[in-house]
Design a protein around this ligand. Sequence first.
Ligand code: CDP
Ligand code: CDP
Length: 210
Amino acid sequence: MRFTVAIDGPAAAGKGTVSRAIAERFGFAHLDTGLLYRAVGAKVLAGADPVAAARDLRPEDLEAGDLRTQAVAEAASKVAAIPQVRAALVDFQRSFARREGGAVLDGRDIGTVICPEAEVKLFITASAKERARRRWLELREKGADVTLEQVLAEVEARDARDRERATAPLEIAPDAVVIDTSEMDIEQAVAAAAAHVEQRLKATKEGSET
Ligand code: CDP
Ligand code: CDP
């Protein structure tokens, strides 16, 4: 069975958390596409050329060092605006999406550009203030010396860059379901997302039986 769940949304909305839970519940594979851009961003911070880094990206690069820092996030959103960088990462994401057994991909352009034919498209969002609070708690947990105001500024600057770029900007696909998690805990967000997947899976199975 091929079945793609596309999850997009702004920074720290809970895309990864919801994607992992959906993958586990339905037995799908999961790809955090932000990690691809973060890995390229980390290479650029180390002196590499962004387009060459994207073309040469290898699986082990996704596990190299701490890619979840603010510096790497900022570098990721800058390389993500370069069309040749995005182009170099398309085939890998598309083949992951159509793998046998189902796949969840989360990012910014999954439902709009990478998998416009995805069976389920979700746009997970929350207020900038709430998203910054969540990311700040995570960074603090890791021992990062950063204020909530700094995280809010970083998240808003990155969202603006992601929304305003010419190639594959962050936008809501016309057929995506928007889930605003500002007032939801993780369990509620996962339940809302899972209900859509469940419904579509059922419809797909019924369709293939007739
Ligand atoms: O992948 P994305 O950047 O969209 O977000 P994430 O890494 O899944 O979530 C960011 C943080 O928010 C994590 O620490 C989650 O545990 C937390 N979170 C939350 O507090 N409430 C939610 N409804 C969803 C996520
Ligand atoms: O975890 P968080 O939501 O903060 O960021 P991420 O999903 O790891 O993505 C980091 C950056 O990569 C984003 O700010 C985007 O600029 C870029 N990105 C993208 O352009 N397209 C994707 N499909 C995924 C990430």
